[in-house]
Ligand binder design. Structure first.
Ligand SMILES: [Zn+2]
Length: 136
């Protein structure tokens, strides 16, 4: 089935096109950690369509298809409202009037992955401590 057909079928289920495109592009996996959001119903209901450039700062990017991706609950929380675009010469998306390209999309995803790694290391440590107390 073509991606356009998949998007149409999900639209029949009241999915916004931007979400459908994001889930299809990632094949139902978290763009940041690869967790399979279609492994089972529990995973499915913890998958979020996420705006890579946060909408609090980039309101005009709300419906930009390449500003959306799929994130698991953990990655979505770890990223929060953080802006991966960078400042000055580090900026990836500079032209406010042009749609985000696939290349810019991929580079932004890589930055988010780096950003959330520290958060995940800390939460893994916390998890191991708690688990060690509850199940010594
Ligand atoms: Zn994830």
């Amino acid at each position: 089935m073509k991606d356009t057909e998949k998007i149409e079928k999900l639209a029949e289920l009241k999915w916004p096109k931007i979400s459908a495109a994001a889930w299809i592009r990632t094949e139902g996996k978290c763009a940041y950690c690869g967790a399979d959001m279609l492994a089972n119903a529990t995973a499915y209901f913890t998958g979020f369509t996420e705006h890579i450039l946060p909408t609090w700062k980039y309101r005009n990017r709300y419906a930009d298809p390449f500003n959306a991706t799929l994130a698991c609950k953990h990655c979505n929380e770890a990223k929060g409202k953080w802006d991966p675009n960078g400042e000055g010469e580090q900026r990836i998306v500079t032209d406010a009037h042009r749609a985000i390209t696939q290349t810019q999309h991929d580079r932004l995803i890589e930055r988010v992955k780096e950003h959330i790694k520290e958060y995940k290391d800390a939460s893994e440590k916390n998890f191991q401590t708690v688990k060690g107390i509850i199940r010594p």
